[in-house]
Design a protein around this ligand. Structure first.
Ligand SMILES: Nc1ncnc2[nH]cnc12
Ligand SMILES: [Zn+2]
Length: 334
């Protein structure tokens, strides 16, 4: 089964590239940029990744990314992840990135975009991985700041496949960003948002109504509202679920208690994703294998999950057709 899960052509729709920063690279970049870390070793950093909730993770996540200063750092960060993902059978990756968390440290949008775009090109040429870019806004920062950053990113709008909304959810409802997302809609830029991770199911409704998103990142709390579940099913809204993330951030007590089987049973469009693989215990394949162990799913179930991601990814139709036929080949391989 693990061989099958590895061979499945997996598309990752929910990945924070800054959350793919492994401690090993963090130490290399800290030394290169003369930045001091609060850890004496890689092992000490990993030991500190013991979270009680989303905020306790975000504190270390923003601290960790402080080693990213130059274009080369963003290139190295992304290539490091693309290589690991490639080894796990990932064929397409949609990168969330957090410009505000870099701008506030004096790192320019140009450094971020140039480094990530150079890595995306190399991933395409050397690894055959396609990628998409989701510029996320920090919901615990003022909405006006998000709008300013969005406008200042106009030279890079053509690189964006979507905008997103992340960071501390509770107390920061989607509607706070209604005008930012409206502006993106006017420009024809698709929209996604984290909702129903720690926040209530109402935030999922708001993300659909006020932000007009095509996907909900996480969304696991939708089950608290039957009407919402029916709507998500009817409107075929994609949920980018991140099983190991939800365990590590104590959204659920353990993986066996995760609502994933219920989400599938409800007929929702579910995908599996890693969120912040360097902090939550592993990448896509690790998440797939953990679900196999927790839920005992069949090959057909994993194939459905992988297909959902390919069908709803931000990719051109030629690439989608290629990857869907690769999926069929894996399913029918002897
Ligand atoms: N799981 C998560 N939820 C909200 N914001 C994030 N930023 C990075 N990972 C996140
Ligand atoms: Zn996320």
């Amino acid at each position: 089964m693990q061989e099958f899960l590895k061979r499945l052509p997996k598309a990752e729709l929910h990945l924070h590239i800054e959350g793919s920063l492994e401690p090993e690279l963090m130490f290399v970049l800290a030394e290169r940029n003369q930045i001091s870390l609060p850890y004496a070793s890689v092992a000490e950093a990993r030991a500190a990744y013991d979270f009680s909730d989303l905020q306790s993770f975000l504190d270390l996540y923003y601290q960790g990314m402080s080693v990213l200063r130059k274009e080369q750092d963003f290139f190295d960060l992304a290539m490091d992840y693309f290589r690991r993902a490639h080894a796990e059978g990932v064929v397409h990756i949609e990168l969330h990135f957090d410009p505000q968390a870099h701008l506030s440290r004096g790192v320019s949008l140009q450094q971020v975009f140039d480094g990530l775009n150079r890595a995306r090109q190399e991933a395409k040429e050397e690894l055959g991985i396609s990628t998409a870019m989701i510029m996320a806004f920090l919901r615990d920062r003022p909405a006006e700041e998000a709008l300013e950053v969005f406008e200042s990113a106009s030279p890079y709008w053509h690189h964006l496949d979507a905008i997103g909304l992340d960071s501390a959810e509770a107390g920061n409802p989607p509607s706070k960003f209604g005008h930012v997302f409206k502006r993106a809609k006017e420009l024809g830029i698709p929209r996604v948002a984290h909702a129903g991770e720690e926040g209530p199911s109402d935030y999922i409704v708001e993300a659909l109504d006020a932000l007009e998103v095509c996907r909900i990142d996480h969304g696991v709390r939708c089950l608290e509202d039957d009407g919402l579940v029916q709507r998500l099913r009817r409107e075929k809204v994609v949920l980018t679920v991140c099983p190991l993330s939800n365990v590590r951030l104590k959204v659920v007590g353990n993986l066996q208690q995760h609502p994933l089987p219920k989400l599938l049973q409800a007929g929702l469009v579910v995908t599996l994703n890693s969120d912040d693989p360097a902090y939550f215990g592993g990448g896509m394949l690790t998440n797939f294998i953990a679900c196999q162990e927790a839920f005992g799913w069949s090959e057909e179930t994993f194939a459905e999950l992988a297909k959902n991601a390919l069908v709803h990814a931000f990719m051109n139709e030629e690439r989608r057709a290629t990857l869907l036929s690769r999926l069929e080949q894996v399913l029918h391989a002897p």
